[in-house]
Design a protein around this ligand. Structure first.
Ligand code: DGL
Length: 278
């Protein structure tokens, strides 16, 4: 297999990265992909940065070891925890979700007041503050929205309970006068309807998933790794948790593109911290 024929490895704590995968399928329809969701240890957003780092590197090592041509960290919490190391650790290009989204937000903002909604892990890591630190005139207002991931994973993307939660998180943010809002968790594009409804359509939403997919296209093109010409792509889905659960929730979130789901064991042998004995 030549380098251009190898698949793109996409990693997330669970299901949120499927929004990145979907954007990749749209923007790079001829590329093979291998998606790994660490559902046995999700959510990452409520865990400490060292713990997220350990899990994320283990999953990325697994994908890198399977011969992918690029790695996509389709999770803001994981990107926040491993960003610097990952680029040095692997000999294939590594694309994350944070830098592309931060860059797009700067371009989209009219007056530099940018909002960020994300998990607790991403908020405490300060990764978006770091990404925007060198840009003059930017004020970042961060609001963690922990229950949003739970709604998405339960398949709830509308209704009164979600609307209440969205109002609780987003109305104070709206008061700060932001004109651009980064959806700094890859689960959140699935809630773009309710988020836009509450924050108001004068606020531009920046999806870390869409921006990440554009960055993957640019990175593969620059590295001469883009697959040319029409072809039927192979799209594999791997999980450290239950394949049935992954397939059920995954199909509900991004539709029928998910066919078979395989269970995998990373180096430390998740789930359960041990490899199966067979
Ligand atoms: N989708 C992940 C992110 O972008 C968070 C989900 C989780 O908490 O595991 O941060």
């Amino acid at each position: 297999m030549t380098a251009t024929d190898a698949p793109i490895g996409v990693f997330d704590s669970g299901f949120g990265g499927l929004t990145v995968a979907r954007a990749l399928f749209d923007q790079l329809p001829g590329e093979d992909t291998v998606y790994l969701g660490d559902t046995a240890r999700a959510p990452y957003g409520t865990k400490s940065i060292p713990e997220v780092r350990e899990y994320a590197l283990e999953c990325l090592d697994y994908l890198a070891g399977s011969g992918v041509k690029a790695l996509v960290i389709a999770c803001n919490s994981a990107s926040s925890a491993v960003l610097r190391d990952a680029r040095e650790r692997y000999d294939v290009p590594v694309v994350d979700v944070i830098l592309p989204a931060a860059r797009r937000a700067v371009r989209a903002s009219r007056d530099g007041r940018i909002g960020l909604i994300c998990t607790e892990a991403t908020a405490t890591s300060g990764s978006y503050d770091d990404a925007l630190a060198a840009v003059p005139g930017i004020e970042l207002v961060t609001e963690p929205c922990p229950s949003f991931v739970d709604f998405v994973e339960a398949g709830v993307t509308g209704g009164p309970e979600l609307l209440d939660a969205a109002r609780g998180y987003l109305l104070p943010l709206r008061e700060t006068g932001i004109d651009t809002l980064i959806l700094g968790c890859t689960h959140y594009p699935l809630l773009a309807g309710v988020i836009s409804y509450v924050i108001g359509d004068e606020v531009t939403l920046v999806s870390s998933a869409e921006e990440c997919a554009k960055e993957v296209f640019a990175t593969l093109t620059d590295a001469g790794l883009l697959h040319e010409g029409p072809r039927e792509p192979e799209r594999r889905f791997l999980t450290t948790g239950s394949p049935e659960l992954f397939a059920g929730i995954g199909r509900r979130l991004i539709g029928g593109v998910i066919d078979e789901v395989e269970q995998v064991y990373t180096a430390a042998g998740v789930p359960g911290g041990r490899r199966p004995s067979s």
